[in-house]
Write a protein that binds this ligand. Structure first.
Ligand SMILES: [Zn+2]
Length: 378
């Protein structure tokens, strides 16, 4: 069944972190979910995924939920979807912008020569309109060299790619590792048991991959090695379970930024005072992002994660409503945006208007150079 097939595409995309391809023809959407009260006039979602055919659906969701601009992290690459992604984004007149995905699968056959080719292509990637690069977690966990070894996040052979991105002013978003619990045995005691039960292939327990800590340390070495390259550590710097660790990284590396994508459930478990203090200390370094994934059909959605069934209108409403509630209110002990990520409740940060404006929009505008393309800038 086609609808089910597309749903499987989402699940595979999340599991294998494949670049989303065209997902079919657009269909009508009656996205009439009521808007949640908006405390900020501008919101840039710095982390979404949508194939080219799904961009009209993405924009309808943005309209329904108060998102002015979305950064699509699944833009593809030259000859592999980037032109189509950029054309779909261009049709939105600045509402959607695109990051390109260096094709790490090419390293298996091409080795370091493939890196040289990718680095040489970056100028064209920028010229065509991509606002930056996004590396999926396959860097460190899936991509391999010709001899079969995994490509380490900090492999020196990749240096030219990151150096060239910095020279061209292309920011680089990196997803490294995954929730820490994905390395633990999949038992009811695992705090991600619900999610891992639906997606057993997301577990790294017992698999021949680096430890979580080894991956994270390699990510920081990568950031440290290219001080003139801007990095966005997605999913709250790839360490949402440990904000103190993220704070140390932000202290140490001024070229590092983090986004909040799919990690409000994690962040909301910590004492709000802890996260507020981090945001006060580094108000320009945290970008709001949702990890919203959008397919062509109305409820072909990833709301930070996916479950066994497609989400409902109520799920969509909770996803956005609990997100605003987390950042904007001091409410305590409420349901988080993505229940499958864990059976706990969260408490809100109650950020003031100035911090919210930076988090929701200004930081992403600066990092992705949206000054002239954002819909309010024309
Ligand atoms: Zn994502």
């Amino acid at each position: 069944m086609r609808a089910f097939g597309q749903w499987r595409v989402w699940q595979r995309a999340l599991a294998s972190v494949a670049v989303l391809g065209a997902l079919g023809l657009s269909v009508g959407c009656s996205c009439r979910t009521p808007s949640v009260a908006r405390s900020s006039p501008r919101k840039v979602d710095a982390h979404v995924h949508a194939g080219p055919a799904a961009v009209p659906h993405l924009v309808r969701l943005m309209d329904a939920h108060g998102l002015d601009v979305a950064v699509n992290l699944s833009g593809g690459w030259l000859g592999a979807g980037l032109d189509e992604s950029l054309a779909a984004a261009a049709a939105t007149r600045g509402r959607v912008v695109v990051l390109a995905n260096p094709p790490l699968g090419a390293l298996r056959a091409g080795g370091p020569d493939a890196v040289t080719r990718m680095a040489a292509q970056l100028a064209e990637v920028k010229e065509k309109g991509a606002k930056g690069l996004k590396f999926f977690k396959s860097l460190g966990l899936g991509a391999r060299w010709p001899d079969g070894t995994l490509v380490a996040v900090d492999d020196p052979s990749l240096d030219p790619l990151f150096e060239r991105a910095g020279a061209l002013g292309l920011p680089v978003a990196i997803h490294t590792a995954d929730p820490v619990a994905f390395w633990d045995p999949v038992t009811p005691a695992n705090e991600r048991f619900d999610e891992l039960s639906v997606h057993p292939d997301w577990s790294y327990a017992g698999k021949d991959v680096p430890s979580w800590t080894a991956l994270y340390d390699a990510f920081l070495r990568r950031v440290a090695r290219h001080p003139r390259t801007t990095f966005i550590g997605v999913h709250f710097g790839n360490a949402p379970e440990d904000p103190a660790r993220v704070e140390r990284a932000l202290d140490a590396y001024p070229n590092l930024f983090v986004d909040t994508a799919a990690r409000v459930p994690e962040l909301g478990r910590h004492a709000p005072t802890l996260l507020r203090a981090l945001l006060v200390k580094h108000p320009d370094r945290v970008l709001f992002g949702t990890d919203l994934g959008v397919g062509v059909e109305e409820f072909d959605l990833m709301l930070g994660s996916t479950g066994a069934e497609r989400p409902t209108a109520a799920d969509v409403e909770r996803f956005f409503g609990a997100t605003w509630r987390y950042f904007e209110t001091t409410d305590v002990d409420f349901e988080h945006p993505t229940p499958i990520q864990g059976r706990w409740r969260i408490s809100g940060l109650g950020l003031g208007r100035e911090l919210l404006d930076r988090l929701y929009a200004a930081n992403a505008v600066r990092v992705f150079a949206l000054e002239r393309t954002a819909p309010w800038g024309r």
